[in-house]
Design a protein around this ligand. Sequence first.
Ligand code: FUB
Length: 364
Amino acid sequence: MRKFNPHYVLLAGLAIALSGLVSCASPAKKTVGADTAKKVKFLTEPLIKSIYTADPSAHVFNNKIYIYPSHDIDAGIAENDNGDHFAMRDYHILSIDSIGGKVTDHGVGLDIKDIPWAGRQLWAPDAAYKNGTYYLYFPVKDKKDIFHIGVATSKDPAGPFKAEPQPIAGSYSIDPAVFTDTDGTTYMYFGGIWGGQLQRWVNGKYANESKTDGKDEDAPAISCKVVKLKHNMKEFDGTVKDVVILDSLGKPLLTKDHNRRFFEGSWMHKFNNKYYFTYSTGDTHLLCYAIGDSPMGPFTYKGVFMKPVQGWTTHHSIIEVKGKWHIFYHDTELSGKTHLRNIKVTELVHNADGSIKLIDPFVK
Ligand code: FUB
């Protein structure tokens, strides 16, 4: 993730200009944050307004929907290209009984001060359940300022969670998304380029950025990573593999393809026996999907399923609740500031041909 990009300014300007034009016909306008100072109408309301939240990973546990978001704070750190202003220090776990229901804030589920190896920046988490234990997966920079992924456990999905003393061996970068297939095998997808440091890792080793990938615009794009988890849910099982995304001709997406290539914020869901790998394109602010026949891929790029939200980052999760699919996502409706986000939810529709209906986060 990164703070500023001229592509976005253009895109956001266009989106807001369009929203402004269309909203002339709509009396239900709403003033948004100071960084836009324009009037647009959002598709949905923030789920919680008492704290800033982002990167919502939602799961149904015990017939309740639990949401594991980042907890955004204003730490007074100036914006920069490494994302230092995203200086989060704990997680609040939220739950709702049903979509549209009252949100319960269960308080702090994990604090950075209780993670022995952590340095700073507790970013987008995910959670999973196996054999009576809940697992919270979290990316945080270690004391050398390198992102790794840790795991914490609890007997209660609402926490509190207790962190393992070390990061997961072999883990790196950000944005863990954990998916358990119908055969019981669990996979972790992870990674994010730029501020997420994925470009600094070559063959599982950290290298100085000047010597690593991501600069040759004609080369295949850097891939998200996927690895199986052992039954103990605390260790990688086997080697970390690339999540390969191919175009309709079977060719890998290229670095220069900013509208389609993976950037960060991956998720996996299974629908009609197909595996849907979904992700953010980062600097072009799109949520895209690619479909495959195996959780390890390869996946074929299929398209955009959500247009840019207000705010630089776009991050989501997709779950089925009582036969209907929903996307949890965030924008910056409450603050108008990149690093102070708020989570939301709306329905996600699979069309009869398996494609996903395009979601516009603004009402025209
Ligand atoms: O919240 C910090 C970072 O912003 C996440 O890790 C990214 O996915 C982006 O949403």
